[in-house]
Design a protein around this ligand. Structure first.
Ligand SMILES: Nc1ncnc2c1ncn2[C@@H]1O[C@H](COP(=O)(O)OP(=O)(O)OP(=O)(O)O)[C@@H](O)[C@H]1O
Ligand SMILES: [Mg+2]
Length: 1079
C-alpha cells in the first residue's frame, strides 16, 4: 500500500515559508536557521526552492534519495532540490511544457552545484539505452571542461564560475535526452591578465602546468614552475582541496568524451600556453627623434616561443606591439605605441585570445552535444548565472552582472505572478490584486535605449573627442539624476546632495536587492573592449588552425571600418535573448544562499543570510505567494489528510472528494472567509487555519494511534493464540506422524528381520541342498574320474614306467623272501623240540615273520616228534605231563623225577615165583608194582611192602612173602597228601566210613613217589564213575591212624642226620619227618 506522506510530516520549522506565521524577517531567518541547524538545507517558498550551502557533503544525494523523490508530488516529501527537478522533468515529459530552472544566488552560494544536482537527477530518472547514455554522459562531461576554462578561485569561492551559463537540454517525446545547447555570458576576461589579491587565474593554467606530462610541457615550451609566468598570481597558486593535476586528467578525459579530437585538444593547449607566454613579454621605452617614447620588446625569447606556438611571424607581432594603424576615410595612419599602450595592447590580446578561445570551446561543445534529430524537442533550460554582486569596489562587471540579476528578478516577479494568476483563473477563484515591488523601473534605468545607463555608455564610447570615465559620469549625472534609483554626489536630487559618503567618481544604483556603489573607472575601456586592428590582423595571419577562426575581423579582405559592438551592447542583447527564451518556458526557481563568508560548515551568519534574503527578494516572494491564499491543496490529498477530523468522512468518504472536504470544513466550523473552493483545490487564506487543521489532526492521530494500538494488540494476541493453536495442531500431527512412523519402522524392521531369517533359513537350506547336490555331483564326478582314472591307469599302467618301481619292489621283496626262506631252510635247527636255537633274522622288517616261522617250525617239530610216539610211550608222556601239572613248582622232588622214566612195574611180579600167589590174587592188570616203606604208626620206622596199583585197587603186600596185606579200592581213597620237599613220603587218606578206613590211613614212602601219585590221580580222572582224587601238597597234614589223628610234619633235616630222611614219632599226635636240605 502506498503511504501518503506530506511536506507537513515531521517538519522542522516550516518547510514552506508561505506557512510561516507570523511572517517577519526575523521569523523568516529563524526558520531558515532552525532548518539549517538540522541539516535541512532546502526550504520552499511555494514552488521556489531556497538552498543553503552546507559547505560539506550531506548524505542526501544518494541513488536511494533519487528513487525516493522519483514520481512523487512536490509537497509530498520534505523540501529537496530533487523534488523541484522531478516536478520540472515530469511536467516537461507529461504535460509537454518546456521548463527552465533558474538558479540564482551570490558567488559561492551553490548555484553551480545545484545545476549539477539537477542535471544528474534528470540523467538518473530519464530513459536509458546506449545512445541515450552517451548523450547524458556528453552533457554531464561538458561541465568539467567549462569549469576548467571558466572557473577560478576567488576570495568567495574556490570554484567560482567566472561566466554565466545557460544550458538547454533537449528531450524527445518520451523524455529521453537528445542533446543540448550551451550559451555563455560575459566571461570575466580581465582575470586573465590580473587577479585580485588572494585569487587565481582560471583553473586551466594551473591544471596544465601541474598535470601535463613533461613531454607535453616541452612541446608547449612551458615550464612547470608557476612563478615563471607573470599572469599567474602566486599568493594562492595552490588551493587546499583542489588537485590541479588530477583535475587536468579529468578535463582531458571529459574533452575526449565530449568529442574533442586530439589535435583540437593540442591546439587549445597551445593557445593557453600562448597566453602565458604573452604575459611574459615585457616592454621598454625607446626614445624617438620626435621626442616621443616608443615601446620595444625587452626580451624577445618569449615572443619567439609564442610565435612558434601560434605559427605567427615574429616580426609582424613585434610591429603590432610598437605601432598602431588607424584607418579613417580610406587613409591609413600609423602611430607609435608607448610602453603603457604596448602593455595595454598585450593584455587586450591576451584577454581576447582567452575569451575567444572560451567561446570557441562552448561552440565546439555545442557541436558535439547538439541534438541530431530535427523533430520538435522539449527543452529544459538550466541557468547558472552569477548572482547579485556587491563588492567594496564595484566596476563595469558588477554593473553588468547586477543588471542581469535585475532582469531575472523581473522575470521572476512576472512569471510568479502570472503563474499565481493563472492558477486562480484555472481554479475559478476571484483574483485579488497583489501589492509588490516591480523592479521594471530599475531595469529601465539601465537598459532604456534612449537614456538608459548602458545606452549612455555606448554613446560616450562612440562619441568623437575625448572620452573618459569622468565624462561618462557627468553624462549620467545630467541624465539620470532625477531617477529615484540613481544616486551620485553631483546628482540634482537634493536628497543626496549632502551625501558625502558617496565618492566623486562613483554612482550608486538602488537595486531591488540593495544599493550598489559603482566606480566608473574602466567603464569606457571595458565597454569598448578594444583590440588594435594590427593585433587582430597579426593573429589572423597566424599559421594555426584555431587562431585564424578566433580573429575573423583580422581578415584584410573584410576590413570593417565600423566599430565592433560594445561589450555592454552585446550583453544587453544576449540578456534580452535569454529573457525572451526564459519567458517562453515554465520557470522553476532555486535561490541559493550562502550561510557564511568563511566557506565553513555549520556556521549560520544571520546578517549575511538576511542580506541575501533581502536582495533575492525572498520576503517579497513569500508575500506574493500569500497575497491571496497562503495554502492550496488538491481535494483528494486534503480529504485524505484530514478525514479523521470528522465522523462523516472517517474512515471512508463515499462521495466526491470536494464534497468530502466541504463536509469536513463545515463540521470543523472553519470561518468561510478563511478558505475558498477552487475547481480541483481548496485554497486556505491564512496559515493559522492550516495549522489549526494540522493541530487537530495531530490530536486525532494520537487517539487513532491508541485505537490502532488497541486493535493491533488485540489482533496480535489473537493471531498469537491462533498461531499457537495452529502450531499445537501441527506439532501434534507431526508427533503422531513421527510416532506412527517409528512404529511402522519398528514393525517393518521386525518383519524384515523375520523375513530375512526365514529367507536366510530357506536360503541356507537350499544352499545346503545345492551344496550337497554339488558335492554329490562332484563326488560322482570324482568317483567317475577316479574310476575312469583307475581304469585308464590300469589299462595303461603297463605302458608307464612309474609302475616299474612297484614291480621292482615286489620282485626284490620276492627275491629277499626267497633268499630268506632258502637260507632258513638250510639253517634250520635240529628236530629236537627242546632245541632252542634259531637262526638270526636277516632283515628287521621280517621280525614278525621270523618269530612266527620259529613258532610254526617248533610246533611242526613237536608235531613231528609226537607223531613218532607209540601208544605206550604216549601214555608214559601223558603221565609225565600230568606229573608236571601236579608237582611242578610245588614239590622239590619233582625236578629229579623228570629224567626217570615211569616204568610202572619195577618188580615184574608175574615173572617172580615168589609172588605167584599175589599175582593171581590181583586179577586186574597191574599198573605199577614197586617196593615202598610202610611207616610204622607207632615209631615211625619203615617196613618194606609191595605196592601194587591196578585200575581199581591199591594193594599192599609183604615184600618177602608176597602176602597180601591190604587191598584198598580206589573209590575209598579220599586224597593223597605229600610234602613240598624232596622226601618220598606220602599218605593215602581214606574216605571216612569206607571199609578200608577201619585200619586207618596209610603213610608210605617211595622212591617213585611222583610216579605213584601221578598214576593214582590219572586213574581217578579217567574213571567216569569216580571223583577226582585230591592231591594235597603241604609240609603238615593230618593222618588218621585208627582212631587217632596224627600230624605229619616235615622239617629241614640238620646235617648230622646225613642225607637220609628220618622219621620219628614225637608224640601221639606228631610224627616228624626230617628231610635233608637239597643242595
Ligand atoms: N549542495 C551542496 N552540498 C555540499 N557542498 C556544496 C553544495 N553546494 C555548494 N557547495 C560547496 O560550495 C562551493 C561553492 O559552490 P558553487 O561553486 O556551486 O557556488 P556558485 O554559486 O556557483 O558560486 P559562483 O557564483 O562563484 O560560481 C562548492 O565548491 C561546494 O564546496
Ligand atoms: Mg558557479
Amino acid at each position: 500500500m502506498e503511504v501518503k506522506t506530506s511536506l507537513l510530516d515531521n517538519m522542522i520549522g516550516v518547510g514552506d515559508m508561505v506557512l510561516l506565521e507570523p511572517l517577519t524577517e526575523d521569523s523568516f531567518l529563524e526558520n531558515l536557521k532552525k532548518r539549517f541547524d538540522h541539516n535541512e538545507i532546502y526550504t520552499y517558498i511555494g514552488s521556489v526552492v531556497i538552498s543553503l550551502n552546507p559547505y560539506r557533503s550531506l548524505p542526501i544525494y544518494t541513488p536511494d534519495k533519487v528513487e525516493e523523490y522519483r514520481n512523487r508530488n512536490f509537497y509530498e516529501l520534505s523540501p529537496h532540490i530533487y523534488a523541484l527537478a522531478d516536478e520540472a522533468y515530469r511536467s516537461l515529459r507529461d504535460q509537454d511544457k518546456d521548463q527552465c530552472i533558474l538558479i540564482t544566488g551570490e558567488s559561492g552560494a551553490g548555484k553551480t552545484e545545484a545545476s549539477k544536482l539537477v542535471m544528474s537527477y534528470v540523467a538518473a530518472v530519464c530513459g536509458k539505452g546506449q545512445e541515450v547514455n552517451k548523450v547524458k554522459e556528453q552533457l554531464l562531461q561538458s561541465n568539467p571542461v567549462l569549469e576548467a576554462f571558466g572557473n577560478a578561485k576567488t576570495v568567495r569561492n574556490d570554484n567560482s564560475s567566472r561566466f554565466g551559463k545557460y544550458m538547454d537540454i533537449e528531450f524527445d517525446f518520451k523524455g529521453d535526452p537528445l542533446g543540448g545547447v550551451i550559451s555563455n555570458y560575459l566571461l570575466e576576461k580581465s582575470r586573465v591578465v590580473k587577479q585580485p589579491r588572494g585569487e587565481r587565474n582560471f583553473h586551466i593554467f594551473y591544471q596544465l602546468l601541474s598535470g601535463a606530462s613533461d613531454d607535453t610541457l616541452k612541446k608547449l615550451k612551458l615550464e612547470r614552475d608557476f612563478s615563471k609566468y607573470n599572469y599567474l598570481s602566486l599568493d594562492s597558486a595552490t588551493v587546499s582541496g583542489l588537485d590541479d593535476a588530477a583535475n587536468f586528467r579529468t578535463v582531458r578525459n571529459a574533452m575526449q568524451i565530449v568529442g574533442f579530437m586530439e589535435d583540437e585538444m593540442q591546439s587549445v593547449l597551445e593557445l593557453v600556453a600562448a597566453v602565458l607566454k604573452l604575459g611574459n613579454i615585457e616592454f621598454k621605452p625607446e626614445s624617438r627623434c620626435n621626442g616621443m617614447d616608443e615601446s620595444r620588446i625587452k626580451d624577445k625569447n618569449d615572443l619567439k616561443e609564442m610565435c612558434e606556438l601560434l605559427g605567427t611571424e615574429q616580426s609582424v607581432l613585434e610591429r603590432a606591439f610598437s605601432y598602431r594603424t588607424v584607418e579613417a576615410k580610406m587613409e591609413k595612419v600609423s602611430t607609435t605605441l608607448n610602453v603603457a599602450q604596448a602593455y595595454y595592447a598585450r593584455d587586450a590580446l591576451a584577454k581576447n585570445l582567452y575569451s575567444r578561445l572560451f567561446s570557441w570551446l562552448v561552440t565546439r561543445i555545442n557541436e558535439s552535444i547538439k541534438a541530431q534529430a530535427k523533430t520538435r524537442h522539449k527543452v529544459m533550460g538550466v541557468l547558472d548565472i552569477y548572482g547579485f554582486e556587491i563588492f567594496e569596489d564595484n566596476s563595469f562587471e558588477q554593473f553588468i552582472i547586477n543588471y542581469c540579476n535585475e532582469k531575472l528578478q523581473q522575470i521572476f516577479i512576472e512569471l510568479t505572478l502570472r503563474e499565481e494568476q493563472e492558477e486562480y483563473i484555472r481554479e475559478g477563484i476571484e483574483w485579488t490584486n497583489i501589492e509588490y515591488f516591480n523592479n521594471a523601473v530599475i531595469c529601465d534605468l539601465i537598459e532604456n535605449n534612449q537614456n538608459g545607463i548602458l545606452a549612455m555608455l555606448d554613446e560616450e564610447c562612440l562619441r568623437p573627442g575625448t572620452v573618459t570615465d569622468e565624462t561618462f559620469l557627468d553624462k549620467l549625472n545630467t541624465i539620470c539624476a532625477d531617477h529615484q534609483h540613481f544616486e551620485s554626489r553631483l546628482s540634482k536630487n537634493s536628497k543626496f546632495l549632502n551625501d558625502h559618503s558617496l565618492p566623486h567618481n562613483c554612482f550608486r544604483i538602488q537595486h531591488y536587492a540593495g544599493k550598489v556603489l559603482y566606480r566608473v573607472e574602466g567603464f569606457v575601456d571595458k565597454n569598448n573592449d578594444l583590440l588594435y586592428r594590427d593585433l587582430s590582423q597579426a593573429m589572423y595571419k597566424a599559421n594555426h588552425s584555431l587562431i585564424k577562426q578566433l580573429f575573423p575581423e583580422g581578415n584584410p579582405a573584410k576590413v570593417n571600418l565600423k566599430r565592433p559592438p560594445t561589450a555592454g551592447f552585446q550583453f544587453k542583447a544576449s540578456v534580452g535573448t535569454l529573457m525572451s527564451n526564459l519567458q517562453s518556458k515554465n520557470p522553476n526557481y532555486i535561490r541559493c544562499i550562502k550561510p557564511n563568508d568563511k566557506k565553513a560548515s555549520h556556521v549560520f551568519n544571520g546578517s549575511l543570510v538576511c542580506h541575501q534574503a533581502r536582495y533575492l527578494g525572498l520576503m517579497e516572494n513569500v508575500r506574493v505567494r500569500r497575497a491571496g491564499y497562503a495554502f492550496r491543496q488538491a481535494y483528494e490529498p486534503c480529504l485524505e489528510r484530514y478525514k479523521m477530523l470528522c465522523k462523516n468522512t472517517w474512515p471512508h468518504w463515499k462521495g466526491r472528494a470536494r464534497q468530502g472536504v466541504e463536509v469536513l470544513m463545515t463540521d470543523l466550523q472553519v470561518p468561510a472567509e478563511e478558505f475558498s473552493y477552487g475547481r480541483s483545490k481548496i485554497f486556505i487564506r491564512n496559515p493559522r487555519t492550516l495549522f489549526f487543521l494540522e493541530e487537530k489532526r495531530k490530536q486525532c492521530l494520537e487517539d487513532l494511534a491508541t485505537l490502532i494500538q488497541k486493535i493491533y494488540k488485540g489482533w496480535k494476541c489473537r493471531s498469537h493464540f491462533l498461531l499457537l493453536k495452529k502450531s499445537q495442531v501441527v506439532v501434534a500431527s507431526w508427533f503422531r506422524r513421527y510416532a506412527q512412523q517409528k512404529k511402522y519402522q519398528k514393525i517393518k524392521h521386525a518383519t524384515t528381520m523375520v523375513q530375512s531369517y526365514t529367507r536366510g533359513w530357506q536360503a541356507r537350506k537350499l544352499l545346503r541342498e545345492l551344496k550337497y547336490q554339488k558335492k554329490c555331483e562332484e563326488a560322482v564326478t570324482t568317483i567317475a574320474a577316479f574310476w575312469h582314472g583307475t581304469q585308464v591307469r590300469r589299462e595303461y599302467r603297463k605302458f608307464f614306467r612309474a609302475n616299474a618301481g612297484k614291480k621292482i619292489y615286489n620282485f626284490t621283496i620276492q627275491r629277499i623272501m626267497q633268499k630268506y626262506f632258502l637260507g632258513l631252510k638250510s639253517k634250520l635247527p635240529s628236530m629236537s623240540p627242546i632245541d632252542k636255537t634259531w637262526p638270526a633274522r636277516p632283515y628287521s622288517f621280517l621280525d614278525g615273520v621270523h618269530a612266527e616261522l620259529r613258532r610254526i617250525f617248533h610246533l611242526w617239530r613237536c608235531k613231528k616228534y609226537r607223531s613218532q610216539f607209540t601208544e605206550e610211550k604216549k601214555a608214559v608222556y601223558e603221565e609225565k605231563l600230568e606229573a608236571s601239572e601236579l608237582f611242578k613248582d610245588k614239590k622239590a622232588l619233582y625236578p629229579s623225577s623228570v629224567r626217570q622214566p615211569f616204568k610202572g612195574d619195577y618188580l615184574e611180579i608175574s615173572k617172580n615165583p615168589k609172588y605167584q600167589k599175589l599175582s593171581s590174587a590181583v586179577d586186574e592188570k597191574i599198573l605199577l608194582a614197586d617196593v615202598v616203606n610202610k611207616i610204622n604208626r607207632a615209631n615211625g620206622k619203615g617196613s618194606s611192602r609191595l605196592f601194587l596199583l591196578t585200575k581199581k585197587n591199591v594193594v599192599l603186600a609183604d615184600q618177602k612173602t608176597g602176602q597180601l596185606k591190604a587191598n584198598v579200592p580206589l573209590t575209598d581213597l579220599a586224597s593223597v597228601s605229600t610234602s613240598t620237599q624232596t622226601d618220598g613220603f606220602f599218605a593215602l587218606k581214606l574216605k571216612e566210613g569206607s571199609a578200608s578206613a577201619v585200619k586207618g590211613d596209610f603213610l608210605l614212602s617211595s622212591d617213585h613217589l611222583i610216579e605213584i601219585i601221578t598214576k593214582l590221580h590219572r586213574i581217578g580222572s579217567m574213571a567216569a564213575d569216580r571223583e577226582k582224587l585230591n592231591i594235597d601238597i603241604s609240609d603238615e597234614f593230618l593222618v588218621q591212624f585208627k582212631q587217632d589223628k596224627v600230624c605229619v610234619k616235615f622239617i629241614q633235616g640238620s646235617p648230622k642226620n646225613g642225607n637220609s630222611v628220618s622219621c620219628k614219632r614225637k608224640n601221639n599226635r606228631l610224627l616228624e619227618v626230617s628231610v635233608p636240605a637239597s643242595s
